[in-house]
Design a protein around this ligand. Structure first.
Ligand SMILES: *[C@@H]1O[C@H](CO)[C@@H](O)[C@H](O)[C@H]1NC(C)=O
Ligand SMILES: *[C@@H]1O[C@H](CO)[C@@H](O)[C@H](O)[C@H]1NC(C)=O
Ligand SMILES: *[C@@H]1O[C@H](CO)[C@@H](O)[C@H](O)[C@H]1NC(C)=O
Ligand SMILES: *[C@@H]1O[C@H](CO)[C@@H](O)[C@H](O)[C@H]1NC(C)=O
Ligand SMILES: *[C@@H]1O[C@H](CO)[C@@H](O)[C@H](O)[C@H]1NC(C)=O
Ligand SMILES: *[C@@H]1O[C@H](CO)[C@@H](O)[C@H](O)[C@H]1NC(C)=O
Ligand SMILES: *[C@@H]1O[C@H](CO)[C@@H](O)[C@H](O)[C@H]1NC(C)=O
Ligand SMILES: *[C@@H]1O[C@H](CO)[C@@H](O)[C@H](O)[C@H]1NC(C)=O
Length: 427
């Protein structure tokens, strides 16, 4: 790294040669000499994608030895409300620009009683504004998914020159990688990069390199750098082996954590469980129990995962494929309905038979010997039932279109008749 320690005015004159997309530096604020006699001198140098801020004071060596000298640096990137404030002992700060278009900074000197926190003197702020050459790329974001896949995307600002193209590469674990497959927009500009079969070392930095070139003039190029840690940009796969069961009046859902590039310790993961349309619930175990009062008619469960405890990661996995409560239960209900339906048909047939048998009995002049009263009563009641069931049968015919053929019924009738006979013979 080359430290350029020339005064700002000199650097200003050097910049146009170093940065080929026009450069403009805000004019330096006059050094502040405050009532306490502290004089700050703020300087700046540019190194690749960083800006180095230097400052000096005019304390004598004697004074420097006599006091603890500390500096307060405060800076804020353009288009950001977040002000970063630091207390420093060194007289230098490297500010990484990444894709930002500049910042405003200010510094002040503080003298403390040696070895204490007692403030003796404080200078006023010395301010400085750094405006970078126009940056045409913004919103760079990267994601690692399915263990070995790597996607990065960015936006090209509308005001970007027509002949601009964006190239992407990165450095990870001391190796350089070129983009494998660019994602292009309608104007054939590269707006993303898709890569696969990448091996990541979860805690080693990835140094992203976005290079913006003017295709007509190869000398006009600018590179921007940003770093990220693989683990923090990993989008996990959905949890695996998700299962659901009904037990003791509760729904039980079990799953296993998805594979990951980093630590697979179960304490690293957090999950969200979604049951049908309920609000997702955050869970840290690999199971969830949902008690219910009424058995659910139909219910689907989904789980998603992310890492939170071992490493801060904001990216949730996709939801797992829904698992449904006990498919058997649904089958059971259908079976039950079917069984009931058959039973009903059987009854209808039985009653039809009973009716015929009754008429047959009436037609018979020969009385049944020792026909008990109970059979007579039974037959009499059945007759009235029969009337109801006939109308029911008609209804069923029209509603279900189900054919109860006379043949089938007659077969039953034959069997029933046999049974009845033997029944009455026994009596
Ligand atoms: C620092 O410089 C300013 C003017 O340049 C002067 O007024 C002040 O006394 C100096 N302070 C010290 C501590 O030398
Ligand atoms: C890109 O980032 C800027 C802030 O840097 C934000 O205002 C803008 O909405 C983002 N654009 C998109 C498309 O996400
Ligand atoms: C995930 O990775 C595996 C193995 O590398 C691959 O077989 C599978 O197709 C990938 N899935 C997706 C959705 O890309
Ligand atoms: C990554 O990029 C590829 C290619 O454009 C795309 O198909 C895929 O859905 C992207 N994956 C993610 C997780 O963004
Ligand atoms: C970044 O990429 C550009 C274009 O590919 C290349 O010229 C430059 O050397 C790269 N920077 C680093 C630090 O590798
Ligand atoms: C290319 O860009 C450089 C720097 O901006 C400029 O000096 C040069 O004239 C340009 N060349 C062409 C052919 O436009
Ligand atoms: C998921 O289930 C399959 C088959 O039942 C089994 O082979 C696999 O080991 C399970 N995965 C995990 C992470 O338990
Ligand atoms: C379910 O209830 C039964 C009896 O009430 C009990 O023996 C069993 O341990 C319970 N099972 C679970 C998983 O709680």
């Amino acid at each position: 790294m080359t430290h350029v320690t020339v005064p700002v005015m000199l650097i200003l004159s050097l910049f146009p040669c170093k940065i080929l997309f026009s450069t403009s530096l805000a004019s330096r604020q006059p050094s502040v000499v405050d009532a306490l006699g502290l004089h700050n001198d703020l300087r700046i140098a540019k190194h690749e994608s960083s800006v180095i801020l230097f400052w000096k004071n005019n304390l004598t060596e004697e004074e420097t030895d006599m006091y603890d000298v500390k500096y307060i640096l405060s800076y804020k990137f353009f288009n950001s409300a977040h002000e970063r404030k630091e207390e420093l002992q060194e007289k230098k700060k490297i500010i990484r620009l990444e894709l930002r278009s500049g910042f405003s900074a200010k510094v002040k000197t503080r003298l403390f009683e040696k070895g204490t926190e007692d403030l003796i003197k404080e200078s006023s702020w010395t301010e400085f504004t750094y405006k970078a050459p126009p940056v045409y790329v913004q919103n760079l974001s990267c994601i690692i998914y399915n263990i070995s896949f790597f996607n990065c995307t960015w936006h090209i600002k509308a005001e970007a020159p027509e002949d601009l193209q964006v190239f992407f590469s990165y450095r990870h674990a001391r190796k350089d990688f070129e983009c494998q497959q660019y994602i292009k927009n309608a104007r054939k500009k590269n707006i993303g990069c898709h890569m696969k079969e990448i091996y990541f070392q979860p805690s080693r930095k990835i140094n992203l390199n976005i290079s913006v070139r003017d295709l007509r003039n190869d000398s006009r190029r600018q590179s921007y750098y940003k770093t990220c840690i693989p683990q923090t940009i990993e989008k996990l796969n959905p949890p695996v082996n998700v299962s659901i069961s009904l037990e003791n009046r509760s729904i039980k859902i079990h799953w296993k954590p998805p594979p990951t590039i980093g630590s697979a310790s179960s304490k690293c993961f957090v999950y969200q469980v979604k049951i049908t349309d309920h609000k997702p619930v955050v869970v840290s175990e690999e199971k969830y129990e949902y008690p219910f009062h009424k058995p659910p008619y139909k219910c689907a469960a989904q789980v998603r995962a992310k890492k939170e405890k071992c490493i801060r990661n904001k990216i949730w996995s996709e939801w797992s494929e829904p698992v449904f409560i006990d498919a058997e239960k649904t089958v059971d209900i259908t079976l039950l309905i079917l069984t009931l339906f058959c039973l009903l048909i059987f009854l209808v047939c039985l009653l039809t038979y009973a009716c015929r048998r009754h008429r047959f009995l009436e037609a018979m002049t020969m009385p049944i010997p020792q026909a008990s009263d109970s059979i007579k009563t039974w037959l009499a009641t059945e007759e009235t039932h029969h009337q109801k069931h006939i109308s029911m049968q008609v209804e069923m015919h029209s509603e279900t279109g189900l054919e109860i053929t006379e043949e089938n019924c007659d077969m039953n009738v034959q069997q029933q008749r046999h049974l009845m006979r033997s029944g009455s013979e026994d009596l």
